[in-house]
Design a protein around this ligand. Structure first.
Ligand SMILES: [Zn+2]
Length: 246
């Protein structure tokens, strides 16, 4: 394609890199290379610092910065539905690591039990404003055709919950306390649950979601996120120096 054709197409149908917003391609060569490099690193255990009581064992595919951060935002708020496959596949890689590493979850699967993949609940308002639930779409895609894994949107936010963006860790915990519950009519009694979220920051969402699942009788709850904020991942590095738990 000539530069002129590119420029004309860009006028009619602007195409921008999901990672750095440069115009011309859905992914520029530099961001594509960075994503390929990041995907080669296995998911690792992560937790926020400070870590709220009840925070579930959590694995993160990567850290939340650079092209990954931009792609998550572009998929959620920029209408970049073409990123669904990449985000779902990447989350799936991390889920495979978590399923192998967590003894209880691994043995549930080996016994032929189903593992419920539970998306962290979005607020009703954000779903209404966006007209869709982007993260639930990623979880649906990630579990499609995976034996033993069943997407199960059993959690909902209840009451008045402020947008978490811009709140401190303490404010986030207070904001979500008691605000997540299992939907009426849904059952997780005795279930093994894999909580799924896009980003872990202070851990308040995963902690509340895990609390709600345990309260409703879930047997085991672990979490897998696409990305952990650099501060969260940094907590791991400080503890062991090599980014891995003992
Ligand atoms: Zn780029």
């Amino acid at each position: 394609m000539t530069a002129l054709t590119h420029a004309l197409l860009d006028l009619v149908l602007p195409v921008r890199c999901a990672g750095c917003d440069v115009s011309g391609e859905p992914w520029c060569a530099s961001c594509r290379g960075e994503v390929v490099r990041l995907r080669q690193t296995p998911a690792r255990r992560t937790w926020p610092d400070p870590c709220p009581p009840g925070f579930p064992p959590t694995w993160a595919a990567t850290s939340y910065d650079g092209p990954v951060r931009a792609a998550v935002v572009a998929h959620k708020d920029g209408g970049r539905v073409d990123l669904l496959d990449l985000l779902a596949a990447w989350w799936c890689d991390a889920a495979a690591t978590a399923l192998e590493a967590d003894d209880l979850t691994r043995s549930a699967l080996r016994r032929g039990e189903r593992v419920l993949v539970v998306p962290a609940p979005s607020s009703g308002r954000s779903v209404r404003e966006r007209g869709r639930d982007p993260w639930a779409e990623v979880v649906e895609q990630a579990t499609r055709g995976r034996s033993g894994l069943v997407a199960s949107s059993v959690l909902q936010q209840v009451g008045r919950v402020r947008d978490q963006a811009g709140l401190s860790a303490a404010q986030r915990w207070a904001n979500l306390e008691g605000a997540v519950r299992v939907r009426r009519g849904a059952s997780v009694d005795g279930a093994t649950c894999l909580l799924a979220d896009d980003v872990v920051t202070t851990g308040s969402t995963l902690t509340e979601a895990a609390r709600a699942l345990h309260h409703a009788g879930a047997h085991r709850v672990v979490a897998v996120v696409l990305a952990a904020t650099p501060r969260t991942v940094g907590a791991i590095r400080r503890r062991r120096g090599d980014g891995r738990l003992p």
